[in-house]
Ligand binder design. Structure first.
Ligand code: PEP
Ligand code: MN
Length: 342
């Protein structure tokens, strides 16, 4: 069962609810950073009397029995949605957040130059992998800590916040020290020790969908993070594996409106990995925004044919600027519609 507190509930009111439940021996998982507090109650069934008592307590907005296994992630917990703030970026608001940068940090010059271009194009966050989860052990694996230092320098120079991937639980502290948001990649979506450790870093988390994972599995992975008390989670649809090798993956845009119905967490789209082909990235970026995505993450490279990682799907800075302009136009058309539908 979930107890959702009102946005204006006082600390005392919240503490009274927590103390009552703790006193009754329930196992509690609470989230509160990015919106009103929600308390998940586990361990034993909640009887009708306790439920009525909870509903009557000051500060309580509503109490409900979750019908889905991802209890804290379920939309019913925060029908108004969760806003995840990372520097100037606000995921879940009306303005799409554009994250862009190279697949991998290759050199200081490359990242500093690309970061300037991202900022000039209207991006608000910089991406770039310092630790790369490559399919082959012989491919470029990233610059590691040197790469993180380069990203931090780019942030200091441009004001862009940085998101970068963390591969192992033992790396969480290091990556968190140099970045503003931790990326958990497709291949690690179900790495439970990593989900738990990243959650307790206190950083916002970009959780990519496993390319062979169902939406329910994806939301349960998000639930691992929420259950640790970290509700600053942004989901990222990045394409799933289908039968057709014509594109690298199949970008599942069904996921965008569906996930918005199922969860209060924001969702962005990665058309770079979703298509694997740079000539498709602009179209699928616009489609993602039209479908209601809260933002995009795009791979940008100024010499894509010689990129050390994911060149075929990397776009130029000029293409990025065009995508940002078009997506802003599409998004401005959507807002009144969203209000009407809601
Ligand atoms: C990436 O963002 O560069 C990446 C490796 O993404 P994914 O985990 O979606 O493959
Ligand atoms: Mn990549």
């Amino acid at each position: 069962m979930i107890v959702s507190m009102r946005a204006d509930a006082s600390d005392e009111e919240t503490e009274r609810v927590l103390a009552l439940l703790r006193g009754d021996g329930y196992e509690l998982h609470a989230i509160r950073d990015a919106g009103p507090m929600a308390i998940g109650i586990n361990g034993k069934p909640v009887d009708a009397d306790l439920r009525v008592m909870l509903c009557d307590l000051p500060g309580v907005s509503h109490v409900h029995q979750s019908k889905v296994p991802y209890k804290l992630a379920s939309r019913a917990v925060r029908p108004g949605g969760t806003i995840v703030k990372v520097g100037l970026a606000e995921f879940g608001g009306s303005k799409p957040v554009i994250i862009a940068g190279p697949c991998a940090v290759e050199s200081r010059d490359q990242v500093l130059r690309t970061a300037e271009q991202v900022r000039e194009s209207g991006g608000v966050m910089l991406r770039g992998g310092a630790f790369k989860p490559r399919s082959s052990p012989y491919s470029f694996q990233g610059l590691g800590q040197d790469g993180l230092e380069i990203l931090a320098e780019a942030r200091a120079r441009t004001g862009l916040s940085v998101v970068t991937e963390v591969l192992e639980p033992e790396q969480v502290e290091l990556v968190a020290e140099f970045s503003d948001m931790l990326q958990i990649g497709s291949r690690n979506m179900m790495n439970v020790p990593l989900l738990r450790r990243a959650a307790t870093s206190g950083k916002p988390i970009l959780l990519k969908r496993g390319f062979a994972s169902t939406i329910e599995e994806w939301l349960l992975s998000a639930e691992y993070i929420l259950a640790e008390g970290n509700d600053q989670v942004v989901l990222c649809e990045r394409g799933i594996r289908s039968f057709d090798p014509a594109t690298r993956f199949t970008l599942d845009l069904n996921a965008v409106p569906l996930v918005k119905e199922l969860t209060h967490l924001p969702i962005i789209v990665d058309p770079s990995h979703g298509t694997g082909r740079r000539e498709l990235v602009a179209s699928m970026s616009m489609a993602a925004i039209a479908a209601g995505a809260h933002g995009l993450i795009l791979e940008v490279h100024d010499d894509p044919d010689n990129a050390l990682c994911d060149g075929p799907q990397s776009i130029t800075a000029d293409a990025l600027a065009e995508i940002v302009t078009r997506c802003a136009a599409i998004s401005s058309l959507l807002s009144p519609l969203a209000t009407l539908v809601a």
